[in-house]
Design a protein around this ligand. Structure first.
Ligand code: F6P
Length: 560
């Protein structure tokens, strides 16, 4: 397909537009009766199981989506990404987050250079540094072990690492041991004891992203600068929020331990090592990454690997990288009909562009309004993603997804809990209880509840409409063996690649974020105004009536 041709002008897109009318006449209640269809809509890879039989789609839909992938030159685009071409054309950059988790002996070219040795040089440096912190051979200015870490960063320099930390954390090991005496932990089965929990014993990892002073106060509450290491994580080392928070923590350290202590208590992760040095952090204590790593795809670089290695040890984080790498290989080499990220991406496109479902209970987004060639697009290119852990969603927004607008869901479950609890005398564990919902909700959404059924159950007439559920609401189920570092790496890579697949087919750039820049530049104008008003008494000008009034009020009221 010529790059200027919109995907919506191709024949496969038009075929899908026609096909969706047939699909709208079907119901998941009937589609799920077809065992062959269900079997065809299941994929297993490296311990993972994807079941997408509860998508409002047939085997024919899949065939047509694969044709769409072909029309979008999906395979070529994936190859170009892995080949280090500058597919992020608006920033003239390669997109090589896959190189961050490539095995040491792999070769991935970027601008004529194999970048894998550079990646491993930084990984080795992180391993050495994190071991010296964890073992206590590197101590703080007053000779104390640095057992606590505050990672300062925002956006991609925060959310990815926070996701992995949240998944690995699973409660403090001390709590685990204490509660073991109250309950029977996995008494009838082998105890699955995550090594990440053991490795984190006695250590704390906090993330500081928001520039709200309340967040700073919360993060340092209970932390002692003598035992704290601050990691400033910023690709550009210019992001306003991160730099302000970094200056605040630098002050927190130097006012309590003296300015020289900064060298022992602050390190950095950045692509901009000269700004790191200017800030006052010894470049020897800086961990580099590269402009071919997009901010939102940077968790496998030092952005995530450093703070996570400090907390869990390098060997745990290495497993996370290996999990991601396993999915990279799968994504690169598996035929599309069995390729998990490709299937997820194509099904998202099906839901958004053909069935017209604009949201998904999940994570991340594309959402560009222009094609990679700068053409205004006549279709939407992303979903509004949201979600909740466990059954929390069931007790909040599930009413909407069962009876209101149709919102396709991803259900992600694990076979083995990190902390299985079997209450004495009860056969069904807490984890079984949680997973009952993992299995039940997709069917509840797919089948719904018919008025006839309700009548048979003697539901009073006046409640029939209230208890009727249309069903036919798509979802997919992803079952992981457990939530260890390796599986978390797999999960992350699946969702990263799904975003890329969607972007490749829609013909947008999933690797830049010009939309965010607008908010940043407006905030910078306001910052300048606040400075000029406070220092020179300059009146508020250059804004509309509403913003001028609000700013004036704010300046007046914050004088005392
Ligand atoms: O949100 C936009 C963005 O540029 C992200 O890509 C990035 O992760 C975040 O801001 C923070 O930027 P930096 O890592 O340069 O501080």
């Amino acid at each position: 397909m010529a790059s200027s041709v919109l995907i919506s002008d191709t024949q496969p897109w038009k075929d899908l537009k026609a096909h969706v009318e047939d699909i709208k006449k079907t119901h998941l209640r009937n589609l799920l009766n077809d065992v062959k269809r269900s079997q065809a809509m299941t994929v297993e890879f490296d311990g993972l199981l994807l079941d997408y039989s509860r998508q409002c789609a047939t085997v024919e839909t899949l065939q047509k989506l694969l044709k769409l992938a072909e029309a979008a030159s999906l395979k070529e685009k994936i190859n170009r990404m892995f080949g280090g071409e500058h597919i992020n054309s608006t920033e003239n950059r390669s997109v090589l987050h896959v190189a961050l988790r490539a095995p040491r002996d792999a070769a991935i070219q970027c601008d004529g250079k194999n970048v894998v040795p550079d990646v491993w040089e930084v990984l080795d440096k992180i391993q050495k540094f994190s071991e010296s912190i964890r073992s206590g051979s590197w101590v703080g200015a007053t000779g104390k072990v640095l057992k606590d870490v505050i990672a300062v960063g925002i956006g991609g320099s925060f959310l990815g690492p926070l996701f992995v930390h949240t998944a690995l954390q699973t409660g403090h090991p001390d709590t685990f041991h204490r509660s073991a005496s109250l309950f029977t932990f996995a008494s009838r089965r082998t105890l699955y004891y995550p090594e990440a929990m053991e490795a984190a014993k006695g250590r704390q990892l906090h993330f500081l992203a928001n520039v709200d002073p309340i967040d700073v106060a919360r993060n340092i509450a209970g932390f002692n600068p003598e035992t704290t290491l601050v990691v400033v994580v910023s690709k550009t080392f210019t992001t306003a929020e991160t730099m302000l928070n970094a200056r605040t923590l630098r002050e927190w350290i130097s006012s309590s331990l003296g300015p020289a202590a900064v060298a022992k208590h602050m390190v950095a992760v950045s692509t901009n090592l000269s700004l790191v040095e200017k800030f006052g952090i010894d470049p020897r204590n800086a961990f580099a990454f590269w402009d071919w790593v997009g901010g939102r795809y940077s968790v496998c670089s030092a952005v995530g690997v450093l703070p996570l290695s400090l907390q869990y040890g390098f060997s745990v984080v290495e497993k996370f990288l290996k999990g991601a790498s396993s999915i990279d290989q799968h994504f690169y080499s598996t035929p599309f009909e069995k390729n998990i990220p490709v299937l997820l991406g194509l099904l998202s496109i099906w839901n958004v562009s053909f069935l017209g479902y604009p949201a998904r209970v999940s994570m991340e987004s594309n959402g560009k309004g222009v094609s990679i060639d700068g053409v205004i697009l006549p279709f939407e290119t992303g979903e509004i993603d949201f979600g909740e852990p466990g059954t929390n969603g069931q007790h909040s927004f599930y009413q909407l997804i069962h009876q209101g607008r149709v919102i396709p869901c991803d259900f992600i479950g694990v076979v083995k809990s990190q902390q299985p609890v079997y209450l004495k005398g009860e056969v069904v564990s807490n984890h079984d209880e949680l997973m009952s919902n993992f299995f039940a909700q997709p069917d509840a959404l797919a089948y719904g509840k018919h008025p006839e059924q309700l009548k048979k159950e003697n539901v009073p007439e006046h409640l029939i409409t209230h208890k009727t559920f249309t069903g036919n609401r798509p979802s997919l189920s992803l079952l992981l063996p457990s939530l260890n570092a390796y599986n978390i790496g797999q999960l992350l890579a699946i969702y990263e690649h799904r975003i890329a697949v969607e972007g490749f087919v829609w013909g947008i750039n999933s690797f830049d974020q010009w939309g965010v820049e607008l908010g940043k530049s407006l905030a910078s104008q306001v910052r300048k105004q606040l400075n000029a008003s406070r220092t020179k008494g300059q009146p508020v000008e250059g804004f509309n009536y509403s913003t001028t009034s609000l700013l004036t009020k704010y300046l007046e009221a914050s004088k005392d």
